[in-house]
Design a protein around this ligand. Structure first.
Ligand SMILES: [Mg+2]
Length: 174
């Protein structure tokens, strides 16, 4: 399998990314996918544990920015509710959104990780941008658009190949 499809880390939820774990990995900047990563697709609010997690990272001075393929108005409203900067219409799996984070928000690629739930959008965008990638289990895949749902069976093939090779969820060639 091409490594562009493999996340560096497979995790169940963003809340596993404690400040300690991120610091150990040298990560200071996080690009966060929104739908199915921080919130259920149909919700306007993050999950309560995610809300607390966001606060804990802000309190510890991590730099966060939302990075979504969604349209500006919807993502902008969510960004306002969690008080974070955002990049909408990010065109993941292309790298334009990540590059904007580097140029407009001062994110340093070597210290940046992208966290998202889709292999063929988030993981690829992060990999192609040369940054660390965390792939989370989607919060509400059943609520997604059909064009996301049709990609899920192919993601399952990638993820089972990843799990066979790296049972502890950590990409070893990192
Ligand atoms: Mg998503």
């Amino acid at each position: 399998m091409l490594k562009v499809f493999y996340p560096h880390f497979l995790i169940n939820s963003v809340v596993e990314l404690t400040p300690e774990r991120l610091r150990t990995l040298g990560i200071e900047y996080l690009l966060l996918d929104v739908d199915c990563t921080l919130k259920r697709y149909s919700n306007q609010e993050p999950e309560p544990d995610v809300k607390a997690w966001l606060k804990s990272l802000k309190d510890e001075n991590f730099k966060l920015c939302l990075l979504s393929n969604g349209v500006g108005k919807r993502i902008g409203q969510f960004a306002e509710s969690v008080q974070l900067p955002f990049i909408a219409k990010a065109c993941k799996p292309f790298t334009s959104g990540c590059r904007r984070a580097f140029s407009e928000h001062g994110f340093i690629p070597e210290k940046t990780a992208l966290v998202g739930d889709q292999i063929f959008a988030d993981v690829m965008a992060g990999r192609l941008s040369g940054i660390t990638t965390f792939c989370v289990t989607p919060l509400s895949p059943e609520e997604e658009h059909w064009f996301t749902r049709i990609k899920r069976p192919f993601e399952k093939i990638v993820l089972s190949s990843f799990r066979r090779k790296f049972p502890d969820g950590v990409w070893k060639e990192r």
